[in-house]
Design a protein around this ligand. Sequence first.
Ligand code: SAM
Length: 448
Amino acid sequence: MKSFQLREAIVDLLVRIEQDSGYSHLLIDHEIRTRDISPKDEALMTEIVYGTIQHKLTIDYYLESFVDRKKKLKLWVRMLLRMSLYQMQFLDKVPDHAIIHEAVEIAKHRGHKGIASLVNGVLRSVQRKGVPDTAKIKDDTKRLAIETSHPEWLVKRWKNMYGFQLTRSMCYANLERKPLSVRVQPLKISREAIMEELAELGFETRKSDFSEQGVIVDEGNILHTRLFEEGYVTIQDQSSMLVTEMLNADSGMTVLDACSAPGGKVTHTAEKMRDEGTIVAYDLHAKKAKQIQKKADQLDLTIINAKAADARELQELHDKETFDRILIDAPCSGFGVIRGKPDIKYNKQEEDIEHLAKIQAEILNSVAPLLKKDGLLIYSTCTVDKMENEDLVKRFLANNPEFQVDNTFFEELPDKVQTSPGVSEIGLQLFPHSFSTDGFFLTRLKRV
Ligand SMILES: C[S@@+](CC[C@H](N)C(=O)[O-])C[C@H]1O[C@@H](n2cnc3c(N)ncnc32)[C@H](O)[C@@H]1O
């Protein structure tokens, strides 16, 4: 694909992502799968699209100084300017004059001379004058929000919950690339054999400390290798693997996963149980329940029975005290996975967090009675927010004295995590800057 065509396709994709917010990763995947794109163009497209979204608010702050506020830009023109500015400010692959030339050509092709001249004028001014200095913003919170492209309300909220320094580290970490981590299917192959094969193929890998099945791939795309295609490994963040490790499910147990799609943790659980026992896996959406079954089949796992149901109504389907282990990996605001899904930070409002916390509490309250005495229940989310995590669990424990945090949980955490700032008497909050994992909360409750 010619460079001009690739850049124009990126503008189209950015427009679609802006209109259909919340699904950047799916839209990018779809674009790459349906177009005939070389691996080199695929990498460049991914880098520019993710980078432009990741730095959107910073770029818009820069643009404000160069675009007349009264001028209402068409969406595609704004995306063209954002994409070009991203390349000029954050990448050093292409010289500025070439980026500007290409942007002007795209503007001519899609619009008319007037738009081309506006695009040329804005980008040449940026090139000549440089972007405004954010160090001049007096308010710390506002400056951090603009420099790291997070909404100001979210930075304020985190600052109130976790303090400024931690929030700062988290916001900067959210701009970085996370190493890929994969889970080995231990019933088919060992971790050592996988690492050897990947080394032969030229990939650099490390063992994860979070799970004996985890491997971190520092460089390279393993999605097109046979190991992935034949179900020897599956992509999973280390924090998610830790959830299943902490569930401690064993062969022969009866396990419930109340919110299980797309099936990462439930398939890991089946592997830990050596595919012996019973797992019932629910998700609200029938289509997603099918996804779980497909994932289980890909990994040759047979004990998972995936169905659609609302987790808040499972008492109608199961008797109390039925399960040895329960996992509630609740629907959440997703602020822990901003690195992989950058548009999450722009699409949520504070009211959404309150709404989600209400659903999470309803799920926990209605699912917990299904746990057997001495059984273990994991509550987890892929977010960083006390309302959805510690505060919610604290309230549950206050209202349900037959449950308590299982104190052996903390001893079982990886050594380096045991003393991390995210550990409290309620559970573990992993921050994205601490161990290069997703931001994740988990706790283990025991029915006593
Ligand atoms: C964080 S995801 C779960 C990820 C999954 N545990 C994994 O490891 O792949 C939360 C899931 O909960 C589902 N969900 C949302 N509301 C639900 C409800 N009321 N009952 C059951 N599932 C629900 C969503 O469809 C979503 O797939």
